[in-house]
Design a binder for this molecule. Structure first.
Ligand code: HEM
Length: 478
């Protein structure tokens, strides 16, 4: 009996080792795809790129060395990084009905991994997107009560600033904006007001979201990246290690409580609850989507806002131009829209992928079914071929219609592309427009001694971009 067990374990181990060897050493070579040097048969070349502090610089280095497309092995996944807008357009848009999925995110919980828009697949994704998408269209967001809620959240930020001493109010903008974006997502989609205390760091929802991010970096869960088969065991251990699932459920329940519909009509929360009652969403999908919605709409928008105010402090002439434009046109100012897009170009706060559903032959390379195609967003957004020789410069005018109409359809990827693009993009743009139009007409935003001299990005989790330093700035009352 024991021999049989040993044999099974031996066969499993041999298969797993062969698979690691194949993925790390052979896969890209056999398919004629350039790759960074291989470290060893176990780790492949993923660590050549994925190195938290240096990831962004490594990506640049290997694009310079290997060209616009190269492959890496990250844990158990094969990834293709590319700045080729034609390839991205083909995969994300032209063949979007085929390459629907993002691939296994290997998150340490079924709720995020299989039961939310983050990573659910095919018909499950279409069903969930069909429930959530219509609640975040521009028409819905233009509803008077939602506009009022967004305005109230922006007013809370202004009140917070007013309570600080003038004339030199020094603020950690990143921290303040995280509170604001959580407030707006809870108001606009979950019909929840007063959940967020701008004065206190002891905020239940905010603490849970920070905890979710911390849990993902836990060594037990980093193991899943290499040995996905261990996920069920590590998920059982979860209560001892991080209680990731419990935290996700906490965020979801916090957002879903008080199901009463506000007098002006239902919000996304009510649609989710109705779909659950009608059997169109499982309990896990209800939790997973509620928590992911809060998580996806929070840090991304806060980072974009922090980068934007930093760029405005670094370019006072653009700040003055923006102020004049907002005084004239309010939050619908075109220049404000261009400033936000230019910020998202220089500091994109998210990344994405599509898993190929069939092989693609492309420029002499064979891209195999299962490969995850990832826009190399930092490089794509600065590629001189698409953006010109001043690609490093903050120049919002490049998004003016006369220039933007010449852009390649896939050279700007901040909100992804195709039918699976960012479902919250309209909300994100609206909340940024509403807050910045208030701030910029009340305050002049300036550097102080503690302001970072440049905004460094690091990638603590694969390619998720995070601004490294606190964005501390001076808000001077005009
Ligand atoms: C500046 C802010 C934001 C940025 C840059 C951003 C970026 C992205 C990107 C790049 C994707 C992947 C798209 C793709 O695969 O093609 C995505 C997906 C998603 N985002 Fe956003 N996002 C932002 C704000 C928000 C907000 C405010 C919400 C929620 C209210 C949100 C919810 C989501 C969801 C649910 C998905 C998954 C969509 C799906 O798979 O169907 N995001 N986002």
């Amino acid at each position: 009996m024991i021999q049989q067990y040993l044999l099974i374990v031996g066969v499993f181990l041999a298969y797993w080792l062969y698979k690691r060897y194949y993925l790390s050493v052979r896969f890209f070579k056999d398919n004629n795809i350039p790759q960074p040097p291989i470290i060893d048969f176990f780790r492949g070349n993923g660590h050549q790129v994925n190195d938290h502090a240096e990831t962004k610089r490594n990506i640049t280095k290997y694009h310079n060395l290997l060209g616009e497309t190269f492959g890496i092995t990250s844990g158990a996944s094969s990834l293709l990084l590319t700045t080729d807008a034609n390839l991205l357009y083909k995969v994300f848009k032209e063949q979007s009905s085929l390459h629907v999925n993002r691939g296994d995110t290997l998150m340490p919980s079924d709720l995020m991994n299989d039961c939310s828009l983050l990573a659910n697949e095919n018909a499950d994704w279409a069903r969930c997107r069909g429930i959530i998408g219509p609640e975040l269209t521009l028409n819905k967001l233009k509803r008077e009560d939602i506009q009022r809620d967004l305005n109230d959240a922006a007013e809370s930020v202004c009140q917070y600033l007013r309570r600080r001493a003038n004339p030199d109010t020094v603020i950690d903008a990143g921290k303040l904006f995280k509170t604001f974006t959580l407030d707006t997502v809870l108001r606009a989609t979950f019909d929840q007001r007063g959940q967020v205390d701008y004065e206190s760091t002891d905020n239940y929802a905010l603490n849970c979201l920070e905890r979710i991010v911390q849990c993902i970096y836990h060594p037990a869960f980093v193991c899943i990246q290499y040995v996905p088969i261990l996920r069920p065991i590590l998920m059982l251990l979860d209560r001892v290690t991080t209680n990731f699932r419990g935290t996700v459920v906490g965020v979801a329940n916090n957002a879903l409580e008080n199901p009463a519909v506000s007098s002006d009509g239902p919000r996304m929360k009510h649609k989710l609850l109705d779909a659950f009652k009608a059997g169109r969403l499982s309990q896990a999908e209800l939790w997973g989507n509620a928590a992911f919605m809060a998580a996806a709409g929070w840090d991304t928008t806060a980072q974009a806002l922090a980068a934007l105010v930093w760029l405005l402090a670094a370019h006072p002439e653009k700040q003055t131009k923006l102020r004049d434009d907002i005084v004239r046109d309010g939050h619908q100012s075109h220049y404000l829209d261009w400033c936000i897009r230019e910020t998202l170009r220089l500091y994109p706060p998210a990344f994405t992928a599509r898993q190929l559903a069939h092989d693609i032959e492309w420029k002499g390379m064979t891209m195999r079914k299962g490969l995850m195609v990832i826009p190399s967003i930092f490089e794509l957004h600065k590629k001189p071929e698409y953006w010109g020789d001043d690609a490093d410069v903050f120049r919002p005018e490049r998004f003016a219609p006369e220039e933007a109409c010449k852009h390649h359809k896939a050279q700007f990827f901040a909100f992804g592309m195709g039918p699976r693009n960012c479902v919250g993009a309209k909300l994100a743009m609206l909340e940024m427009q509403m807050l910045i139009s208030r701030l910029i007409t009340e305050y002049s935003i300036q550097f102080c001694d503690k302001s970072p001299k440049f905004l460094d990005i690091y990638c603590p989790l694969i390619f998720v971009p995070v601004i490294r330093d606190s964005v501390i700035l001076k808000f001077v009352k005009i």
